[in-house]
Design a protein around this ligand. Structure first.
Ligand SMILES: O=C(O)c1ccccc1N[C@@H]1O[C@H](COP(=O)(O)O)[C@@H](O)[C@H]1O
Length: 206
């Protein structure tokens, strides 16, 4: 099966359209104010309204209030929620929208047990662990640590770029890959050539 691609940290329409033109399946919008990729909901709304059909839009949250998630869902019409903090399964499941849960690969994490805990998640995203930083570190983790018996679609993230994504796909065989820093010109600004190269490499791996 073809590996799906999510390009995260979209803040500009031109980056969104470049990602779509290159074949990205999903676009991520970061609604976590401390992130350099934070996008105002009104800006995300304007971008989303100009997208062609059949592109999945994803809202990324880190320990957001219920009210914030609901407000952004209503304003942007986002398709899918990505919870990248310490949210509980009950918290994640309360919204009227499908979600996937990000797990950070801390030294003692039990990925299989955590995946079972988030039984209603549509997928599990695995990201690098750096204490005190919820994500978007640009760092990869040891893919050998990924258990083979995860019973949900696996989204691989963390330090992916054009130089390592083929190896990552062939080793891990994820349902999807998620990239942010690896296709940027500067934090929050995508580089169209890097997006194209990344997408070409994903196609080569499949
Ligand atoms: O992108 C961010 O700034 C961010 C902030 C807080 C939580 C997650 C964030 N991004 C997600 O982190 C992973 C890995 O990103 P990278 O490719 O290593 O830069 C990815 O899922 C982003 O969506």
């Amino acid at each position: 099966m073809r590996t799906r691609v999510k390009i995260c940290g979209i803040t500009r329409l031109e980056d969104a359209l470049a990602a779509v033109d290159s074949g990205a399946d999903a676009l991520g919008f970061v609604f976590y104010a401390p992130s350099p990729r934070f996008v105002e909901p009104a800006v995300a709304e304007a971008i989303i309204k100009q997208l062609p059909p059949f592109v999945t839009t994803v809202a990324l949250f880190v320990n957001a209030s219920v009210d914030q998630v609901q407000t952004i869902m209503a304003q942007t019409g986002i398709d899918l929620l990505q919870f990248h903090g310490d949210e509980s399964p009950e918290y994640c499941a309360q919204f009227d929208r499908p979600y996937f849960k990000a797990l950070r690969m801390s030294p003692d994490i039990d990925v299989v047990a955590e995946t079972k805990r988030f039984s209603l998640a549509r997928g599990i995203l695995l990201d690098a662990y750096r204490p005190g930083v919820p994500g978007g570190t640009g760092e990869a983790f040891d893919w050998e640590r990924i258990p083979s018996d995860i019973d949900k679609p696996l989204i691989l993230a963390g330090g992916l770029d054009q130089s390592n994504v083929v190896q990552a796909i062939r080793r891990v065989k994820p349902y999807a890959v998620d990239v942010s820093g690896g296709v940027e010109a500067a934090k929050g600004l995508k580089d169209c050539e890097k997006i194209t190269s990344f997408m070409n490499e994903v196609a080569r791996a499949n």
